[in-house]
Write a protein that binds this ligand. Sequence first.
Ligand SMILES: [Zn+2]
Length: 324
Amino acid sequence: MAWYPRATKMELQPESDAQPAIKPTQFIVHSIIAPWTAKRVYEYWRDSTNLESHFGIGYEAGDVGQFIGTETRADANAGANRRSDGTGAVSAETASNLQGSDPWTDAQVEELIRLGVWLHQKHGIPLRICRTHSDPGFGYHSMFSQWSTSGTACPGAARIKQFKTVVFPGIVARATGKTEEPDQPTAPAAVTPTPKETDVPDLITEVVAGGPDLKAGEWKLLQMAKDTALAQGPCRYTFAAYVVVTGKPGTRVTGRFHDLPLATGKPSLDLRQDAGVIGADGTLNCLFTRPGELVKDEQLKLEVLVDADAKVTHRLIRGLRWTI
Ligand SMILES: [Zn+2]
């Protein structure tokens, strides 16, 4: 069980000892819809409900509490708390106004960035926005329906925009050494006005070396990172997938995207995109593109087909994803 050195430890019992272990692969941020200190969040979990988050972040600089070790399940994110493979999400509740409509203060943004960097360093949570409900990375509560029991707007439109434009890019910049921690604690409660729209897209970039063998005449789903889903709805997206295929010169390579509703497991297949034939050097650089829309609990996948045995040697995905 791991405790964040910057947080004040306020251990919740019996949950901390009784709940099962997780391997933390995601960080999910919340608003608690109350202007509480970290200590008041702890008291609420202790006295009023059997739910809880791992962390509570108040409005003031440095007001961070940790209630459960990050390798123990906490119950703030429904299906993401602990999955059957033992992975789960680390959760942080943040103080907000009673409507859940105010943006994070500069002090809260700074604490979220520091905590995100620590989770990346401590647990290897990858520096990307979760592409699906089970994809390792960073996210906010309302991003996927699997993360709540009956839907939620949490952490609110202003904070979702901050997550995409300030908090997550801040975590990446800090973790990769492009910015430094401020020497002085940040000034409290300097509120930056934030527009209401949440139409800032997530930028998705995945580079994966190597790839599967392709058998003549068999469609093969291309795995990107953890699984074969490129995105999960509800969202709009535009994707470009670059795939290097090596094999016998003259081998034709075809690709197609499909939408997979998780409920039925029956994909709707897109028209085939012909990528051409492998050249005299034994290599073909394929480009497959698709703009589209996914409804709730629907995933986008890409598969390729060859007419003689061949091999994928490199995959690169670039895309934009708008939550709707
Ligand atoms: Zn929430």
